[in-house]
Design a protein around this ligand. Structure first.
Ligand code: HEM
Length: 209
């Protein structure tokens, strides 16, 4: 935690200082719903023809069988793609990506990783991301784009054959799609754990709730 006294922290984080604008919170939660549906239906699709030597438990899959899972996957796909396009468009148009996610420097990432591991990371201004956060957020946006493109290339490998070829063919695109899913799951574990670790009182001051 910072060296600021509790009262100073309170003053610095009045409800007026809302970190995330309304549009970011809206697309974030729509995205959360879409991603959970995509992951759970994806696991059911995977179970019909596993790439590796394991299957996902039916308690955590969606759709009941391959056909049902594909219906869920393609329905949630539209939600994810439309919402994702709105997010990317607004992120670039409002300058949010440039302001929040840049610059990311290797030296900054190393310094902030060291600081985090030794519990010396500054939390004085939560509206500014540290270099590790910037790298992870920028990285997960790229993973999001790759999972959509690889998904499109295994959905329509004939119509979108150039895209499929770009991935090295259907089989490779399928592995890429799966690995992106695994990266998103790993990101979500850390992201949700950290969100839960931020004290409720502090969160109320940050987002005005
Ligand atoms: C929006 C774009 C997406 C499209 C068009 C799409 C399309 C597809 C298709 C066609 C399959 C079936 C592959 C096969 O027949 O083997 C599939 C499988 C799968 N999808 Fe997606 N998907 C998309 C996004 C996502 C997202 C966002 C996730 C998770 C975060 C995801 C997770 C999975 C998983 C885990 C599988 C099973 C992998 C396999 O065994 O091949 N997909 N997807």
């Amino acid at each position: 935690m910072s060296s600021l006294a509790a009262s100073d922290q309170h003053a610095a984080l009045t409800p007026a200082k809302v970190i995330q604008p309304a549009w970011v919170r809206t697309v974030h939660w729509i995205n959360a719903v879409a991603i959970v549906l995509m992951i759970m239906s994806g696991w059911q699709i995977y179970n019909a023809s596993p790439l590796f030597d394991f299957k996902f438990s039916s308690n955590i899959t969606l759709g009941g069988w391959l056909g049902g899972a594909l219906l869920w996957h393609f329905a949630a796909m539209w939600l994810l793609m439309v919402n994702g396009l709105i997010y990317l468009t607004l992120g670039f148009a409002t300058g949010r990506f440039r302001k929040k996610l840049l610059p990311i420097t290797p030296a900054g990432v190393i310094a902030d990783t060291k600081a985090a591991l030794t519990f010396n990371l500054s939390h004085d201004d939560l509206s500014k991301y540290n270099n590790v956060q910037k790298l992870l957020y920028a990285g997960i946006i790229v993973v999001g784009i790759v999972i959509v493109l690889s998904g499109l290339s295994i959905w329509k490998p004939v119509q979108l054959q150039y895209l499929t070829a770009l991935f090295g063919g259907y089989d490779v695109a399928r592995y890429v799609h799966f690995i992106c899913m695994a990266a998103i799951c790993a990101f979500l574990l850390v992201h949700v754990a950290l969100a839960l670790l931020v004290p409720k009182s502090l969160r109320a001051m940050i987002i005005g709730r």
